[in-house]
Design a protein around this ligand. Structure first.
Ligand code: SF4
Length: 284
């Protein structure tokens, strides 16, 4: 394995995040996929210019940001995303890219690999037919496993898998866990399906919903089966303490449906101090 001895740029997070100021930047709601559990709203008018994206990023960094999660939609659909990630990393910010993997080609990875602390990929099942049924795209397993191998080969980037747990994949997770264990994933985050908001999730409430008991049962079972995998089971309520930036530049927290979001204002028009807000509202 290439670069195996490089120092790992990712430390497993304990959930407390002491001393950190973390933001999840939904840089776009655009995406090539149409996952039936998607919690992103339908894409509206978004900020697209490099200049405005840098204004947002600079203000976040200048007021105390320590970790930036570039999420979506599919963040790699923003043409200048690499410039933002490279700049943040060079300023000492811990960077994570959360991507569906489609645009994370070898060339793109080469451009970004020295500037990312971790990469998060979505993976719900090893079953190709089921992946297609859930995501409405083909080859997801093939894409994700090839990206896992490419990232593992770099040796020093944290690798996380996000899995939305719902009625259609809950019986597939033991097999998925086996694969993730074999691949040496750093962190497996399982999140219970949330129907409160999203272009996929709201209309598919009845199709996917599971109970808390069903969710915790499978998470505990997977922890017992794969003790070497760092497994986290998260309820949708965990999202409510996370500071997010919308594709329009709004700083907010997601506490339920879109209408219930707690908004702090727009970063492009209001002098928001990210560290003050993060600490005052006990975000993590
Ligand atoms: S959940 Fe699927 S459709 Fe929604 S943003 Fe992620 S990859 Fe795209």
């Amino acid at each position: 394995m290439e670069n195996e001895n490089k120092t790992k740029k990712y430390k497993i997070e304990d959930g407390e995040h002491i001393g950190e100021v973390i933001v999840s930047w939904i840089i776009t709601h655009a995406c090539q996929e149409k996952c039936a559990y998607c919690i992103s709203p339908v894409k509206k008018c978004e900020i697209t210019s490099l200049e405005d994206h840098f204004k947002i990023q600079n203000q976040l960094i200048e007021t105390g940001l320590t970790k930036n999660r570039y999420i979506g939609g599919e963040p790699l659909m923003v043409p200048h995303l690499s410039k933002l990630i490279i700049d943040a990393h060079e300023k000492g910010v811990d960077t994570r890219l959360s991507t569906n993997g489609i645009l994370l080609t070898k060339e793109k990875f080469k451009e970004l690999r020295n500037y990312l602390n971790s990469i998060a990929l979505p993976f719900e099942t090893c079953n190709d037919a089921l992946n297609e049924q859930i995501r409405n795209t083909k080859n997801h397993r093939e894409i994700i496993t090839s990206r896992i191998d490419m990232i593992k080969d770099a040796g020093n980037i944290g690798l996380l898998i996000n899995t939305c747990v719902h009625k259609e994949n809950i019986n597939e997770l033991e097999e998925l866990g086996y694969l993730l264990n074999e691949k040496g994933i750093d962190h497996w985050k399982l999140r219970r399906f949330n129907s409160a908001s999203g272009r996929g999730a709201v209309p598919n409430k009845n199709r996917f919903e599971i109970t808390d008991e069903e969710f915790y049962y499978i998470v505990d079972k997977l922890k017992t089966m794969y003790p070497n995998l760092k497994i986290d089971g998260r309820m949708p309520s965990k999202l409510s303490t996370r500071l997010m930036v919308s594709p329009q530049g709004e700083l907010y927290r997601m506490v339920g449906s879109e209408e219930e979001n707690i908004s702090y204002g727009n970063i492009l028009t209001k002098k928001l101090n990210i560290k003050e807000i993060y600490q005052r509202d006990k975000c993590n």
